[in-house]
Design a protein around this ligand. Sequence first.
Ligand code: GLN
Length: 443
Amino acid sequence: DEYVGRTFDKILKAEKNIRSFITLESQDEVLHQVKASLKRGGRLAGVLIAIKDNISTKGIRTTCASKMLENYIPPYDATVVSRLKEQGAVILGKTNMDEFAMGSTTETSYFGPTRNPWDLERTPGGSSGGSGSALAAGLVEIALGSDTGGSIRTPASFTSTFGLKPSYGTVSRYGLVAYANSLEQIGPMARNSKDLSILFSVIAGTDPRDSTTIDYSPPNIVDPIPVKGIKVGILKDLMDASETGVSSVIRGYLDKMSSEGAVIEETTLGIMDYVLPTYYIIAMSEASSNLARYDGIRYGYNSGTEGNWKEVYSKTRGEGFGKEVKRRILLGSFILSAGYYEQFYIRALKARRLIKDSLEKLFSKYDILISPTTPILPPKIGEVIDDPVKMYAMDVGTVTANLAAVPALSIPAGFYNNLPVGVQLMGRYLSDTFLMGISMFME
Ligand code: GLN
């Protein structure tokens, strides 16, 4: 009673400024669920969790922060949500995000931006910014995000929390509203590496409902891994591309690792100029095809127009989608159209292969690769949103892991001018728990 009461007092106060949640469950409902869960038990018995609003929750509105799905209530749970419920977790609410997870600041949300608890003038990053803010404000201890090109790690970095983009295929995407399937994974976010690893072990594992999951079951417990003798490569191109405040904090973190006995060396991916164009060509192409389903007929927003199919379709989509989503559908459709397909899409797939190969080469030499999670400090609200190229450039450090399917973790490295800076640890395919073990040791 007291725990739930205290949490709700805190939420009502914090949410006036921060607005992490799009939908909050009622206090009565949460109290009822917590009591029932404590009776039943489980690894997360009675633990409250915040869930990004692109993950289906049975009976709870799931909007993707879009007008298109403003009133959509899914009739089923995502696999990750069923697994959480099985272990006793209780859903506190659904968190704000960029519309359909397209963005890096949570400002493209139809419901308005979320603010960073560390500095209310600034963004918490995105697209899982609501989950990051809810954690940083202490409203929950664990949260779910999704990461297509950095959407878990950027908010983790900007809110001084922990976030993992898991190896592709370890976590089921069943019930995740698709943006770019070949890149994205649902992943855990938390206030420390131990909670992060527990949450990962609950949600990860093979799922017959998602044929892209692999034969995998995560260990229940992750132990700290001493970094003595571990080979660390610093991605120099990403260090050089970062603001000096950011890179200086990362250097401090590396000094700490080196004093613990890690073997640190500068290296480079060599193909840094390709990663953003490759990512955005693939992401927009997949988005244009995935979002074709919002036609105003099957579900979601309908403009109510009478007329032929084309009129209903255009009007519904014209009114239901925001600017950034439309931009991506247009660009994606263009890229996939006859005549341009070879020029852009096929070449992006080839570049993706190259990026994967050069990463593999680096992992034959290094156990982990380290870089700033983002090249900049949390921007002020309004600072990047009107300049898409500036916004896309924030993802230069994060998209590589999605293109190459490998795990990447963002953890707090320190502060610069009272603003959080996150460090990214990237590892070999399926080294997720290794990365969390290192993070646990360094904490
Ligand atoms: N900022 C990137 C994009 O807009 C990544 C978003 C994400 O990971 N969902 O595509």
